[in-house]
Unconditional design. Structure first.
Length: 362
């Protein structure tokens, strides 16, 4: 199973804002195809297109099929602001989110639809979102009863813009889950950070599970048993092909979008994580070990934290989804001593690998 880190950015001399990494609004990342979706949702005619791009300094050609221009974060927010003014209705985020089906995300959507199961589809969304929509960070936490999908908006946006983005991406997660399951999901729980809006009654027309407002974060909570449901349309060859294509797209993301932590994680994924040292990673990045440590510290991270989290994720997935023995999983992750793997696993999950497998696979 492939894990690629989320691509994070920092502003204000690298300091996180409210402990949340902010997207650099003057960087070019967001494909113009998403602005075309906005234009189509509004039902605009050609003469109205300049209004949608007001104050962006963008030509209307970016709204034409086939255009591959990438917008800055500031330009994309301005497009949303313009759209909100043109719509004259408050539920823009819900309407846009409804249009963001997997097919709207190019190769990322293809990868998700060929994934072996629901959680793999969401991992594809998490891992390759930076290549399509780096303004959002998706975290996944598989617990005993729930798969917690947490969303963080990395743009320094005003409350209305935040709400639009939060609504849209909650529906993106819903669409990925329902596309694999082949039905509407009513068993999930959706938590929104923004206060309950005046138009809250229309949420039921878009979101198929109960929604709570003014929560501590934006989360889509999916029952764990649904997260493990196999994809009847999953195809290993298509999955591998789409994965390689997404990796190539990820490599095209401008370097300023990639945090040092992401680069470290990528290097670890290309090798056996348990056998790679911090010195090995620093050498691969053409910097000294001290420089690597300093840059990670500026991001509130460390090599040990990144390596431990990655090993914990990979260990859990192999135990849950493969028939490999505990010893084989330990060897695959680079542990020469099975006892050391057992000790590390207890530190991560508070139980032995065998106990973890019996509880989560049952």
């Amino acid at each position: 199973m492939l894990f690629i880190a989320n691509y994070l950015l920092f502003v204000d001399n690298g300091r996180p804002w409210h402990r949340l990494e902010l997207f650099l609004v003057d960087s070019y990342f967001i494909p113009s195809s998403y602005s075309r979706i906005v234009a189509r949702e509004l039902g605009l005619q050609e003469k109205e297109l300049p209004r949608l791009l007001r104050k962006t300094d963008l030509p209307v050609e970016i709204l034409m099929p086939g255009d591959e221009t990438r917008l800055t974060g500031r330009q994309q927010l301005q497009v949303l602001d313009n759209a909100q003014g043109m719509l004259a209705r408050p539920e823009l985020g819900l309407r846009l989110g409804r249009q963001l089906q997997p097919s709207a995300h190019g190769p990322l959507g293809y990868l998700a639809m060929s994934s072996p199961d629901v959680i793999s589809s969401l991992e594809a969304l998490r891992d390759f979102l930076p290549a399509r929509l780096p303004v959002v960070k998706l975290d996944l936490d598989l617990q005993v009863d729930w798969l917690c999908c947490s969303l963080e908006i990395k743009l320094e946006a005003n409350p209305e813009e935040q709400r639009i983005l939060q609504e849209s991406f909650a529906l993106v997660i819903q669409s990925f889950v329902e596309a694999i399951l082949g039905r509407q999901v009513t068993e999930a729980q959706i938590e929104m950070a923004h206060p309950r809006p005046a138009y809250h009654a229309v949420y039921a027309d878009y979101m198929h599970s109960p929604v709570d407002f003014a929560c501590s974060g934006n989360r889509y909570l999916l029952p764990a048993n649904l997260a493990r449901v196999s994809n009847v349309s999953g195809d290993p060859e298509s999955y591998a092909l789409a994965q390689n294509l997404c990796l190539k797209l990820l490599e095209q993301v401008p370097p300023t979008a990639v945090s040092t932590a992401d680069r470290v994680r990528h290097i670890l994924l290309m090798r056996t994580p348990g056998s790679v040292t911090e010195t090995d990673v620093a050498r691969a990045m053409y910097i000294s070990k001290r420089t690597l440590a300093r840059r990670l510290e500026q991001e509130g991270n460390s090599y040990r934290q990144i390596r431990e989290k990655l090993l914990a994720e990979m260990a859990a997935r192999h135990l849950q989804e493969s028939g490999m023995s505990v010893e084989a999983v330990a060897a695959l992750l680079g542990y020469n001593d099975a006892a050391a793997f057992h000790k590390a696993f207890r530190r991560w999950y508070g139980q032995s690998p065998g106990q973890f497998r019996r509880i989560t696979v049952a």
